[in-house]
Design a binder for this molecule. Structure first.
Ligand code: MTE
Ligand code: LUZ
Ligand code: MOS
Length: 751
């Protein structure tokens, strides 16, 4: 089934925040962000801005009626700076004016005096200074120290990954409207409607039931709106609270890039030990996460880095330590993969280093260490593994031997162009690592004409979750999708939602829809049994027709629904689902945190131009573990988008902050994202259908985040191409592999 939004998307009729018709009297907000990254505010001069005729009011922290606090995991983030600033762009004041232009120009008239303090942008320096957001964490399995003694080969090194700008097409924004009895309705471009509601209630000092958050869809979120949509909504809410007027604020792209956090950059130390048969015996890793100036979601991101630090390999002795380091950058945050990709890059670097040291292909080590069913991850969960199946399927399906010999032939006959290839196995755990977040609710109404409406806590952001919700209801009731409508995500209809994140929205909300539909169906079937004078158990509904004892009855779905209504049967249901069987004890860092894992393997081939340092991705060919996909088209879109986003992170997207903590890559002219030319010339996806039971909705495994990690393969394919040109290149493991870095790598030498 096609994405239900495709019709309105292609006609330009889909409604995003900025498409909501404005109510008369709407005012416009703009935030004044600190011009320096660290210091003490000595003086804030608003006078010139306030004197502007179009300026209605300028708010500072003094205008906050409740708590000046929006920290989610750690309460360490004020909505508006009080007497200190901790990053360039940190909100200091909110201007509200009669037009967008006036608000923006008033912001430019605000003056500030700041006593500047030392700016730290490097997580290793922050760690040395003892500047951590939360205490460090260590995951341990076996005894690495002892194991290293018996290793035939040991390799050590450093690996670094940079951040990544979310670059959702729709920037952050919100629109707040006053409602009666001092309530506020907020349209917000957020993945977490409840987070907006809860934090706004705290900041305004009012109960949550007075705040209605409504989300139709996002023009992309990618994690950037899991936590960081909140402040913009509260700014609008704060102004509405005081002025009793509708207030809207959609960020300009450059404001968004400057003021919001990105994927957490990491710098890491690794040490890997192998035996003579290339089995990885021991792995030690220390992660220095660049968290930025406040915790935001970074401690949770850090946790997932630890969970995925051995990727899809079984390593019997692991010691992984992670530091969440406070720096003077905007608080970094969730981004597709949520720390997983950062952890996986490091073990892939370790394996590449070992392979180069031993003069073999990395795949020799990779394939020998793939995790098997029953083997244990460092956090105690036993694998139900598809790692080897995916790996072997890739070999046979895509004729890897032929690809290898073609690359060798190409590299022998070309001096200024080289090709490289890599294998990238992935393994990603599905569930929020915070157990309590793994719950969801859905509200299903069947109307008297037989049509159905669904509301859930899931937010549509392009990933097609609404289409999947609709499919669930259509399948359970066995009615046409045309009879069903999925509504906006609204905190008055669905309460206490977890954010749409962790790739788990379709599973959690889909199961809640299933539960609600099944309950209604049971009641409707009882009515059919009464009408047809038979037992409920012999009633079946199929394609809107009612069957009793396999015989079609003279009763349609629509008629049956009406009959149920006339009998005063409840045609609505509120379903609740909580993932069973998951647990984690962080005092010992062991448990069973994930409902299941998603596996896959990609082969990537690239060609590099050894004069210019430019490159092309020739092909990404992959085998992906879908369980049993419930929507092959939607899932294909997720894989394609994820792969290209991963390639962008690994090759061209380069976030640059200067020593003063100022973002230099602050526009699309200075920050390169993948475009149509960056898409691999060939992208083959094989749907591995696995029949094992799992906790996914209709056994269709979560697909949102995992494919991003295939992009890591491009980095290593490029590296192999460099080595084909210059085996002595001393290029390290520093992503992204920009053309500049690649060119330097080609002509560098260890000798
Ligand atoms: N796909 C699109 N088109 N837009 C997005 O913003 N976000 C990704 C992924 N795919 C995203 C996307 C991220 S970060 C997550 S966690 C999942 O979608 C969330 O949706 P799901 O739980 O329904 O998979
Ligand atoms: N968000 C979150 C996530 O709060 N917890 C998670 O475990 C997670 N995982 C992936 C993406 N977002
Ligand atoms: Mo996705 S990083 O869980 O929003």
């Amino acid at each position: 089934m096609r994405n239900i939004d495709s019709y309105t998307h292609t006609r330009g009729e889909s409604v995003y925040l900025d498409d909501i018709p404005l109510t008369a009297g709407t005012l416009f907000g703009a935030v004044y962000g600190s011009p320096v990254a660290h210091g003490k505010i000595l003086k804030l001069d608003l006078s010139e801005a306030e004197a502007m005729e179009e300026v209605v009011r300028i708010f500072t922290y003094r205008d906050i009626p409740g708590k000046n606090q929006i920290g989610g995991i750690v309460p360490d983030e004020p909505l508006l700076a009080e007497d200190e600033v901790h990053y360039n762009g940190m909100p200091v004041a909110l201007v509200v004016a009669t037009s967008v232009e006036a608000a923006q120009s008033a912001v430019k008239k605000i003056k500030i005096e700041v006593e500047q303090h030392t700016v730290v942008t490097d997580p290793r320096i922050a760690q040395k200074n003892g500047s951590l957001l939360v205490p460090p964490r260590t995951f341990k399995l076996g005894d690495t120290q002892k194991a290293f003694e018996s290793c035939a080969h040991i390799f050590e090194g450093i690996a670094e990954t940079n951040g990544q700008e979310h670059l959702y097409i729709e920037t952050q924004g919100a629109y707040a409207l006053p409602a009666e009895n001092a309530a506020i309705k907020v349209y917000s471009s957020t993945q977490g409607p409840t987070a907006v509601q809860r934090h706004m209630a705290d900041v305004l000092g009012i109960p949550m039931h007075r705040i209605e958050v409504d989300v139709t869809r996002l023009g992309g979120g990618f994690g950037g709106k899991e936590d960081q949509a909140t402040s913009w909504a509260i700014f609008c809410g704060l102004a509405t609270y005081h002025l009793k007027k509708p207030v809207k604020y959609c960020l300009h792209r450059m404001e968004d890039m400057r003021m919001t956090g990105k994927r957490n950059p990491y710098s890491s130390d690794f040490k890997i030990g192998l035996d003579k048969d290339l089995k990885i015996i021991a792995y030690e890793v220390t992660f220095f996460q660049n968290a930025g100036a406040a915790a935001d979601l970074s401690p949770a991101v850090l946790e997932r880095t630890l969970f995925h630090c051995t990727n899809s390999y079984f390593v019997p002795n692991v010691k992984a330590t992670a530091y969440s380091c406070r720096t003077n950058l905007p608080p970094n945050t969730a981004f597709r993969g949520f720390g997983g990709p950062q952890g996986m890059f490091v073990i892939e670097a370790a394996i590449a280093k070992a392979a180069e040291g031993l003069g073999i292909a990395a795949s020799e080590i990779q394939k020998k260490n793939l995790i098997q069913t029953g083997e244990e991850f460092s956090y105690g969960q036993k694998a139900e593994s598809e790692a080897i199946v995916c790996w072997e399927k890739v070999q046979s399906l895509y004729d890897v031997e032929k690809i290898k010999s073609e690359i060798n032939a190409f590299n022998t006959s070309n001096t200024l162009y080289k090709k490289g290839m890599s294998f990238m196995p992935i393994c990603f755990g599905i569930s929020f690592t915070k157990i309590l977040m793994n719950q969801a609710r859905a509200l299903v109404h069947v109307y008297t004409d037989g049509s159905v409406s669904i509301s859930t806590g899931a937010v549509e952001m392009g990933q097609g979750v609404n289409t999947k919700m609709l499919q669930v209801a259509a399948a359970i009731f066995s009615i046409s999708p045309n009879k069903i409508k999925v509504n906006s995500t609204n905190t008055y209809r669905i309460a206490n939602t977890s954010p749409t994140a962790a790739s788990a929205a379709a599973d959690l909300n889909g199961k809640a829809v299933q539960i609600a539909c099944e309950k209604i169906l049971e009641r409707i079937k009882a009515v059919a049994a009464e009408i047809l004078k038979c037992g409920s158990s012999v009633i079946e509904i199929n394609g809107e027709k009612i069957y009793a004892n396999k015989e079609v009855a003279d009763l349609s779905w629509d008629q049956l629904v009406m009959a149920a209504y006339l009998k005063r049967v409840n045609l609505s249901e509120h379903g609740h689902y909580a993932t069973p069987g998951i647990h984690f004890d962080n005092t010992i860092e062991k448990g069973h945190p994930f409902a299941y894992h998603v596996y896959g393997t990609a082969i990537t081939t690239v060609t590099i131009d050894c004069l210019r340092g430019t490159y092309e991705v020739d092909a990404v060919k992959l085998v992906h573990d879908f369980g049993t996909t419930m929507n092959a088209i939607v899932d294909k879109g997720q894989i394609e988008g994820g792969v290209v986003q991963g390639i962008g992170w690994m090759t061209m997207e380069e976030i640059v902050y200067d020593a003063e903590g100022r973002l230099r890559s602050n526009a699309l002219s200075t920050y390169k994202v993948p475009d149509i030319y960056s898409v691999p010339k060939e992208l083959n996806i094989h749907y591995l259908e696995t029949l094992n039971d799992n906790l996914a909705i209709f056994r269709s495994k979560a697909v949102g985040e995992p494919p991003l990690m295939y992009g890591i393969g491009t980095y290593f394919a490029l590296r192999n191409a460099i080595k084909a040109f210059n085996p002595n290149s001393n290029i390290g493991f520093f992503a992204p592999m920009t053309p500049e870095k690649l060119l330097m790598g080609l002509y560098s030498s260890t000798k």
